[in-house]
Write a protein that binds this ligand. Structure first.
Ligand code: GLU
Length: 309
């Protein structure tokens, strides 16, 4: 059975990029008769307050993008919240003992709790704290709580993306040892997403192409934790009319400022994503017959100036 998922980070109001992501995840899973899980990625509770999560859930309902499970919320349609699942991440971290080391570099963990998107840039960790002696670690630990990093191997990790095709990265060269837990104890996105996708039986992950380069890291974690990885489908990013990646900071792309119906929105997004040429208003259900991954472009999609003109 196919299991897809929505995994939004509620750091603001849902925007067009998130909606396209949820729409594609929904269509890809439902077309195969699959289920959909909703997981709220609110590890960084300061950036992701509950009111945003509630709003996101209301927005998804309004869009008619439904999901199937989430026993923690008490009801069969309730979502999972990463902020309530830290015990699972801790257990996974313990399994990686020996491969993890404390890192005292101050800027080490800046973005670790949220998925690394294009505007965050990519820094390659130089391995500064990898070979500290026990005495150096003890001395540094008196001044500062460490983040925890995973040692990565100097070999290529290959996979075939369901939409983008073959992709490979050498973690040592292209990424470096990466953070699994920040110095304040917050677990990193890379660890949480693997633990959760595996625990929730997710068989396909649909997300924006800027997370393509996180996938080799995640595949390495699947391997170490002896978990079965899902299939991955990375789709092109939506760019603003002037060519920037849309973010929650783009008020123009948020639902607040769009005076349209859910059907108008889905129809237009499906048109931009290549599988609904007419752009006519449609429910998600109504797009099922037309959707196929082959029709979706591989290059970034630039939004027109007036999306609903
Ligand atoms: N929560 C992440 C985001 O909103 C998505 C991560 C993923 O799909 O793996 O960017």
């Amino acid at each position: 059975m196919t299991v897809g998922r929505f995994a939004p980070s509620p750091s603001g109001r849902i925007h067009l990029g998130n909606i396209l992501c949820c729409l594609l995840a929904w269509l890809s899973a439902r077309r195969k008769g699959g289920r959909v899980v909703l997981r709220i990625e609110d590890l960084d509770t300061a950036r992701c307050p509950m009111r945003h999560a509630d709003q996101m859930i209301r927005d998804l309902r309004w869009l008619g993008l439904d999901w199937d499970e989430g026993p923690e919320a008490g009801g069969k349609n309730g979502p999972y919240f990463q902020s309530r699942r830290t015990a699972l991440y801790q257990t996974a971290l313990e399994k990686l003992e020996g491969l993890v080391y404390p890192c005292f570099c101050t800027r080490a963990e800046l973005h670790a709790a949220s998925a690394p998107h294009r505007e965050d840039g990519q820094t390659i960790y130089a391995g500064t704290c990898r070979d500290l002696t026990p005495a150096q670690r003890a001395e540094r630990a008196e001044r500062r709580a460490p983040a925890l990093r995973l040692k990565v191997p100097d070999r290529e990790i290959h996979f075939t993306d369901g939409h983008m095709g073959a992709y490979a990265e050498n973690l040592a060269r292209d990424c470096g040892d990466f953070v699994l837990r920040r110095s304040d104890g917050m677990f990193a996105y890379q660890l949480a997403v693997v633990v959760d996708d595996a625990a929730m039986g997710v068989t396909e992950v649909v997300r924006g192409a800027d997370l393509l380069s996180s996938t080799p890291r995640q595949l390495y974690l699947y391997q170490l934790l002896e978990l079965t990885p899902p299939e991955f489908y990375h789709f092109p990013l939506l760019l603003s009319p002037d060519g920037r990646r849309l973010s929650k900071r783009d008020a123009d792309a948020g639902l607040d400022s769009l005076r349209v119906t859910a059907e108008e929105l889905l129809g237009r997004l499906a048109q931009l994503a290549g599988f609904h040429p007419s752009g006519a208003p449609s429910t998600a259900e109504g797009l099922l017959a037309e959707f196929s991954w082959e029709k979706v472009p591989r290059e970034d999609i630039r939004l027109p100036e007036n999306l609903f003109a």
